[in-house]
Design a protein. Sequence first.
Length: 212
Amino acid sequence: MVRKAFFGGTFDPPHYGHLAPARAALAAGMTDRVLLAPAFAPPHKGGRAFAPYGDRVRMLRLLIDGLPDMEVCEAEREFAMSPSYTYEVLERLSAREPGTRLQLLIGGDSLAQLHTWYRGRELAERWEVITYPRAGVTPDRTVLRRHWPEPLAERLAKGILKAPFFEISSTEVRKKMAIGENPVTFIPEKVRDYAREHRLYAGSLRREEKER
């Protein structure tokens, strides 16, 4: 049975930091394929509007171009759930792909909050959780035991990848593009060129500073 790790996010814009968890999970042999799933209708944070869904999907396809073990998953758009909960998305994907062993790929910051998620305990019991560590926020076994029964805490701890931290902020990329800097150390040129051609982040720095 093929294993597919569901990796959700806004991907606004998608960058090399998004590739790091997918590559680490694949390299560790913990999954066979990674499904990168952009949020269809992400909540506005501080009033900031996200780039249109279609543009984020196209940039994500450009990011993973030539990487056969990764694919863009448009489940949130297809299911059109509002609000969209990870448990329900995975439940529908599992029903649609009975021959697939679905997993969940998250960052260490999300693992620290997983016990607060909608149906979080059921999610952790039903699907394997793979975690990409993030500096200073990834919980260890001691912290996990505060929120989870021992078997689940151990299972979640074993799902933490041994990978180097690779931190890139989408906010940082947007700011660089807004002031005309060349962010190619953070994103591929073809993603940068698409964003510039469609003026996705022009003026984003001024908007985000105004919203603080």
